[in-house]
Design a protein around this ligand. Structure first.
Ligand code: FAD
Length: 467
């Protein structure tokens, strides 16, 4: 077992790992928890929202964060409101309350469980991994630990290529929608707002701003021009466990074949949502089976369709969005945005679809393309330091860092024995690695590796590098 562990990150993934470690430690353990200076550690971007319009996109019963109490979130919510059902889509801020509560409980219980937690309310500036330990630098202080886990979440968002610097300086093109929503915004409401991207981030922004600015019209530009899919009004379970489909997909790890198999399964009767959900427990194994060229093909041709099918809106959110469309306040445009320029006090967006260029004028443009996981050009200081010094190797497709499926980060194809990642940094290794059920599972696996006596791993080369 590792005696001294650093957790670097102040979001949900860090809290999931902290609670697992505190609950399961059976020998003295020291934890350094670098929370990154978050005012409310645990909430992160997703659960730091105060808007009642921002709902969880997963039903309450499946948002439990802790393996020994899978109903934890539901119990927490029902203590506040007995009317809450496990099938409800609850406000995300409630989940933030739950995370804070979990962190506070873990800290309160830590001493009695032999766990000494030092909370460092700052970002770790640098990490230097070695075979027998990791040095964590924060300010003037360097601390040596037996193992470190990077739980830093998604990277700071960058403007799309083609966005004029002058436009950014004018504040008419918003790159980080979350900071924008948290601020009071411009003094006068813009008449026309363009949303660049139409996933769940765009929906959050749309619902919040449509309420804040009742006379504003919104145009969402995206490659496919389609709204995110919605959950069924009632929770359903698959007729079978999807085992046959998963097996067939394993036997032929090619995107074209997989799409064919999915179409067949859907045509056989189940609602498509049920088919997609039945893959969830096996998604990371299927992804591991996929050769790099097929992963690249998936990202090029099927990513948006997968994201749309997999990350769905609650039905009540869909109703609100459709109402805005009916009222003429939301318009959808198909196109890939290639440029954004300042034009006489407005923003001009240039978009291409099917070889045709179109342009759109708005008073304000907000980039709503979702989370960034590409560590190759990131502005995140710690990841820049680690990539520049060759401590970690970026995933070749921009999906976090190269890593083994059990969470060891790699350098030059070799897993570090004592440096781990959780959450979005692990996208290249596991694909689905961002939502709470996956993060919770990773926290459980990591806690086992920290606490088990035989924690030191065999050093092996990554299968993807070898072949
Ligand atoms: C808008 C949104 C809605 C979502 N809704 C759902 C949902 O309904 N259901 C679901 O299952 N999942 C949802 N997710 C996905 C997932 O649950 C979240 O992304 C989750 O919060 C990820 O947690 P995290 O700890 O990995 O990252 P984050 O929450 O981003 O936290 C990372 C933390 O690490 C800190 N940090 C960064 N660098 C350092 C450093 N050098 N040192 C110390 N700290 C550092 C950051 O400041 C931040 O506080 C949603 C995500 C988003 C963005």
């Amino acid at each position: 077992m590792f005696r001294r562990v650093a957790i670097v990150g102040g979001g949900a993934a860090a809290v999931a790992l902290l609670t697992e470690l505190v609950d399961r430690a059976s020998a003295p353990l020291h934890l350094d928890w670098y929370t990154g200076g978050a005012a409310q550690p645990g909430r992160g971007i997703a659960y730091g929202t105060t808007s009642p319009r921002h709902l969880l996109n997963v039903r309450a019963a499946t948002m439990g964060m802790f393996s020994r109490r899978p109903r934890g979130f539901l119990d927490f919510a029902q203590r506040a409101d007995t009317q809450v059902a496990g099938t409800d889509f609850l406000p995300r801020r409630w989940y933030g309350d739950y995370l804070e509560d979990q962190a506070a409980n873990a800290l309160a219980q830590s001493r009695s469980r032999g766990v000494d937690v030092r909370v460092v309310p700052f970002a770790a500036d640098a990490l230097v991994p070695e075979i027998d330990g990791v040095t964590v630098v924060q300010g003037e202080r360097a601390s040596r630990v037996d193992a470190a886990v990077l739980a830093i979440g998604a990277l700071p968002v960058r403007p799309l290529d083609g966005v004029e610097t002058a436009l950014l300086a004018e504040g008419r093109y918003v790159v980080d929608p979350w900071s924008f929503l948290a601020s009071s915004g411009p003094h006068t409401a813009p008449r026309e707002v363009a949303l660049v991207g139409l996933g769940l981030t765009a929906i959050d922004v749309l619902l919040d701003l449509a309420d804040r600015w009742p006379d504003t019209h919104f145009t969402a530009v995206s490659r496919h021009g389609r709204l995110p899919a919605a959950h069924l009004p009632v929770s359903t379970v698959p007729d079978d466990d999807g085992g046959a489909l998963v097996e067939a997909m394993h036997d032929a790890p090619e995107i074209r074949r997989w799409l064919h198999l999915l179409r067949e399964a859907i045509a056989a009767g189940d609602d498509w949502r049920v088919v997609i959900d039945s893959l969830r427990p096996s998604t990371h194994q299927l992804w591991e089976a996929l050769p790099l060229a097929e992963r690249a093909r998936f990202l090029r041709h099927a990513r948006w369709a997968w994201e749309r099918a997999r990350h769905r809106m609650p039905p009540q959110v869909e109703r609100q969005v459709l109402a805005l469309e009916r009222e003429g306040r939301l318009r959808r445009v198909r196109g890939r945005v290639t440029a954004a320029r300042s034009r006489g006090g407005h923003v001009e967006l240039e978009a291409w679809h099917a070889g045709v260029r179109s342009s759109l004028l708005a008073d304000l443009a907000i980039q709503t393309i979702g989370l960034d996981t590409d560590v190759r050009n990131t502005l995140h200081p710690l990841m820049r330091q680690m990539v520049t010094n060759g401590h970690v190797t970026p995933d070749p497709l921009g999906l976090g860092c190269q890593a083994t499926p059990d969470g060891r980060l790699c350098h030059d194809g070799t897993p570090w024995p004592r440096l781990f990642g959780i959450g979005s940094l692990m996208r290249g290794a596991r694909w689905e690695s961002i939502a709470m059920p996956e993060i919770q599972l990773q926290a459980r696996v990591l806690a086992s590796q920290m606490l088990e006596p035989a924690a030191a791993p065999a050093r092996r080369r990554l299968a993807s590098q070898a072949g």
